[in-house]
Design a protein around this ligand. Structure first.
Ligand code: NAP
Length: 234
């Protein structure tokens, strides 16, 4: 497999915003498709994650566990793509890979930086961008969830929250309740993702909604948003 494409497009950080980013924080740039050296692979990106953690990298807040985005440089983040050119025997051309160089059409990566995945494992390869490990680690290593306990998940229809609710159930939680921001999401929580109860966090007062959903109290709160919902859970 090869690519005949010569042009690549990427999104760069145009300026570090004061507060939340706006459109003028980003810049679309056209570059050449990079040359592939020994030990490297060229990936055509198919899906990329746009997630809340990126706000921290845009703002370059102190104490980040990873490098902040640099002004003038392309953003990075989780992506799923197809290897169109490989110069390393460990990665075959045509493979579907997960890697960290999103925000561009073509990504040049070291072979050791990509993870080959089964493109047919889920309904869409984009499912590989889920945050199952974060959900699992939070529930087990951090919260120490025990069988029979009640778990409350905020942003429960989100990438991390949706996994947290389902994993809590598999780990033996007694009751799993969640909140989300629209009637459609709330219906999905109980109808598709197996939550026992769910509510819309726009329906104040939140503490009452939570009490109705979890009448026996909450043992573990998997907090995705902070703010009012954290206060209600506490
Ligand atoms: N430590 C790690 O490695 C790691 C990795 C991944 C994620 N995280 C963290 O996990 C959390 C969830 O991340 P995610 O990627 O799965 O995102 P997400 O929950 O899929 O997306 C954000 C959702 O949060 C809710 N939300 C946003 N602003 C809100 C506000 N002001 N008040 C209430 N709800 C609000 C909205 O959903 P609703 O309105 O439907 O509730 C929104 O769709 C984030 O805090 C993220 O930083 C950490």
């Amino acid at each position: 497999m090869t690519t005949t494409a010569t042009k690549n497009r990427e999104i760069r950080l145009a300026a570090r915003p004061d507060g939340l980013p706006g459109l003028d924080s980003f810049q679309l740039a056209e570059t050449a498709v990079p040359d592939v050296g020994p030990g490297q692979v060229l990936i055509r990106n198919l899906y990329m994650s746009v997630d809340p953690g990126m706000l921290m990298l845009i703002g370059a807040y102190p104490g980040l566990p990873m490098p902040a985005y640099e002004v003038g440089a392309p953003l990075y983040g989780d992506a799923v793509g197809e290897v169109v050119l490989s110069r390393d025997p460990s990665v075959r051309e045509g493979a579907t890979v997960v890697h960290r160089l999103g925000w561009r059409e073509y990504a040049l990566a070291e072979a050791g930086e990509v993870r080959q995945v089964d493109p047919d494992a889920y309904p869409s390869p984009s499912f590989h961008l889920g945050f199952g490990l974060v959900a699992y680690a939070g529930l087990t290593a951090v919260a120490g969830l025990r069988t029979g306990e009640t778990v409350f998940v905020s942003s429960a229809a989100g990438a991390t929250g949706g996994m947290a609710g389902q994993i809590a159930r598999l780990l033996g939680a007694g009751r799993v309740v969640g909140s989300a921001g629209s009637p459609e999401k709330v219906a999905r929580l109980t109808g598709v993702l197996g939550f026992d109860a769910a509510f819309d966090h726009h329906d104040a007062p939140l503490a009452e909604r939570l009490r109705e959903a979890a009448p026996g109290g909450v043992d573990v709160y998997f907090d995705n948003v902070g703010g009012e919902q954290l206060r209600a859970a506490l």
